[in-house]
Every structure is written in structure tokens, then in C-alpha cells.
Design a protein around this ligand. Sequence first.
Ligand code: BES
Ligand code: MN
Ligand code: ZN
Length: 501
Amino acid sequence: MTVSFKVQIRRHSFFTSCDCLILGVFDQPELTGIAADIDAMLGGKLTRLKASGDIDVNAGKTLWLHEVDGIDVARVLVVSLGKADEFNARRYKEVLRSTWRAVSCSRAVKVDCRLPLLSVRNLDLSERIRLAVVELRYESYRFVQMKSKLDLEQCVLESVVFDVDADDSGNAQTAVQHGLALANGMDFARDLGNLPGNVCTPSYLAQAATQLAKDWTMKAEVLGHEEIEALKMGSFLSVARASTEAPQLIVLQYEGGKTGAAPVVLIGKGITFDSGGISLKPGAGMDEMKYDMCGAAAVLGTLRAIAEIRLPLNVVAIVPACENMPGGNANKPGDIVTSMKGLTIEVLNTDAEGRLILCDALTYAERFKPAAVIDVATLTGACVIALGDHHSGLYAKDEALAAELLQASSQSSDAAWRLPLDDEYQEQLKSNFADVANIGGRKAGSVTAACFLSRFAEEYPWAHLDIAGTAWTEGASKGATGRPVPLLTRFLENRAGMHCV
Ligand code: BES
Ligand code: MN
Ligand code: ZN
């Protein structure tokens, strides 16, 4: 579905050419803002519906009013906002999601949405508009590429209008554009994530990245097996070896900043299927390991977003891509491999493969003399145990970089939680036979994975995002989320000194 957006300058009249007006109502005695204005026009109808309980007090509940006398709109969607003093960014996002769900299964064609006019703690108008755009696109996303017949479910929505004061219209327009760019980046990441492992292979990822670079004037370089071997990426290659799919090292360069200015490097884990290798995973839920390239997808999606925004910053994406498969020539527990950095690694569990491909990408990143390096990876089940599917795990020794990422996280409503990276945990990676082991035992599995990576990231400010819990959702609504594209995009925008505000 494509939705066009318009930002309309407020005319202090509700007779826009829409067929659906959306407004929010707080759980408090008095109606305020637009809800109060409309209530007056409707002869106190909203007040009565609140009193009767038809307008629910709980945030996110919706009530349709059809053919109401008093205003010239076919339908009004009343959205409950909960308590005014609890209305924060998280609430606002929840409210937007249920609003757009209600709209997308309605007959509304032209929507006039007043929700961004609500004040939300720590979100200015631009951010509220941007989030509204992103959440609408999030809710209307469908992955239908692999269906032979399209489902009949049809959304008739054509356009959404946000009504703002004349003074705000420029900023609001930019916010819409940036919201659309971000949504496009998220969709790009979601599509790659949702594609099955037999389609989204390492070479498919490489092609998608090359096409992305063509479409958005970036440099693209794809290194194949021989070149990876020439770089002495013994750790990366050891993971790729048992697959019939050739490994690919994908490097994109977006040059929006000053020539020669140090870039931010984003590294994305690109395991297009993680069977576990010889340390084979159990069967249940193994299909979800097609999502093990969501770090790669997020990094590429972020480049898609910043290119559309024309962000004035240099950014490099590095994606080591391969499959982790069992086979006669696969890594075996106990094998020792030599990384590009020269450190030897004892592979005690072949299912801890993400760090084995990322460590060589981290070493490769040094050649760009980066201002900062952020790797993004569906790295550990332990992170899902620790944080569930709400927060991505954030690791960084560099306090300033950690603070920047946490700020971007809250600004973009893309939650992340910092976890420790203290040296004490490094002890768990001791190997009797090599420089380092690739697993650190049962305790603090997400932390020891980050500790492993930290050994290869000493040459620049570095942070690691473990997105194992946040990159996709399970169950009936199984699907890629496009996270943490919002966080990364916002981080880069802040770095570029470009603010939506
Ligand atoms: N891709 C997985 C991590 C993962 C598991 C993400 C489940 C999301 C859901 C990773 O390669 C892996 O298998 N990690 C192992 C590490 C262990 C062997 C130390 C894990 O988490 O079990
Ligand atoms: Mn694994
Ligand atoms: Zn994996």
C-alpha cells in the first residue's frame, strides 16, 4: 500500500476534504484541545460518550463515530490516550499503532489526523509527526513477495493530512519527508529479513546492496571467497566453509560528508541462515534463523534512509555474509582458527558463529580510520533472555558513544539498554589452547559475546548492539521489525548536526 502525506496549514476549520477525522481524548474530566472544539461542534456528544464509558479510559482504545451531525466528515475516530500525565513517547507510539490498525481496516480514504498536535513529553512537533508517519507505514507493511496470490484484505487509505500552524509548516514538511525516508529504510530491512534463506543468500544480499548503492549513488564493493582469503579472514571463512553458498564481504560507502572526513562505520551480521553448524540447533523454531542477517539488513536499511535524507556525513557499511551450516568440512568444536587480526580462536561451539564473522569485519574496519564503529547483530539468545523483545542490548566502553546511542534510542522510540562490558567478564573467554575461546560459558552469554568482539575493536570508538530480541517478532505476527534502523538513523542525524527540530 502506498500512502501519500500532506502537511496542511491550519485553517481553524474542520471542513477539510477528508472522510476521516482522528482525534485523541485523555482520561480526565475535561476535554481539552481539539477534542473540546469538536465536542462543542457536536453538541457535547464526546462528553456524553465519555460519561457513558463508550469512550474507554485505556490508552489505545478506539471508537468510530459515523455520520455525526455538526461536522462535515463521514467518520470520526476517537482514540483514548489514557492519563495526560502519563502520556509519554511510548504511549504516543502505542496510540499511533492502534490508531493506524483501526484506520487500515476501515473504509477511510482521506484521513485528517490530529494526534501529532498533542503534546508529548520530550517530543517536539517534528518528532511527533515523524513518528506518526513511521508508525503508519509500520502498521501497513505487508510481506507478500512470496505469495502466489494476494490476500483479499484491501486497504483503501489514500492520503493522510496533518494540520499544523503556518509557522510550523516547513518543519512539519521536513518531518514527513524524513519519516518517509526512515520508513523506506525500515521496509528495506524488513523485506530482506523476511525473505527465506533459500532466496536471501549471501550473494542475494550482495546484489541487493549493490542495487541500493546504484539507486542512491554510493560506492559498492563486494569481495568474494578469494579476496576474503587474501585478507586472511580465517575466522569468517571457517564459518562459511561448509555451505555451498559463497561468502560475501559487502562494503558500501555513502559519502555525504566532507571529502576525507572520518566516517562512521556500521557493521551488520549477515548470517543468511544459522543452523548452528556441527553444534546443530534444535529443530523447533529453527526457521527463525533466516533472520540471522537482520543486523546486515538494518545497516543497509539505515544507509537507504540517510541517503534519501541526503545526510551530510560519511558512512561505511560492512556486511560479512555467509551461511552457518554443518558439513564434512565444517568447523568442529575444538577447532582453532586464525582471525585477520592474528588472534587465534578456539571454536568451542560452532553456533557462536556471529562473533567469528564479525571479528574479521571489525579488523577490516580499521582501514577506514573511522570516527566510530557500531556493529549490529542478532548475536545471542542470552540477550533475549536478559531484555526480552523490548530493548536491544547496547555495549560500549566509550561513555560518550554510549550516551549518544542511548539518546538516539530515546529520540527515535527505538529502545536500547546498556549492559556491562567490564574486564572481569573477559576471564570467561580464556582458552587453554588458543588466544581466546569463542564462548564464555553459561553465565552472562550476551556480555561475553560482546567481550569477545571488544578484543577486535581496540583501534577506534566502538559500540555493539545485540538485536537478537528486537529484530523480529515471533508467533502469529512473525516478521522482521526493521529495528534498529530508527536508532541508527537518528544517531547519524545527530552526528551530522542535522535535526528535525
Ligand atoms: N543467531 C544466534 C543467536 C540467536 C538465537 C538470536 C536465538 C535470536 C534467537 C547466534 O548465532 C547463536 O546461536 N548464539 C548462541 C551462542 C552460544 C552458543 C554461546 C546462543 O545464543 O545460543
Ligand atoms: Mn549461532
Ligand atoms: Zn547466529
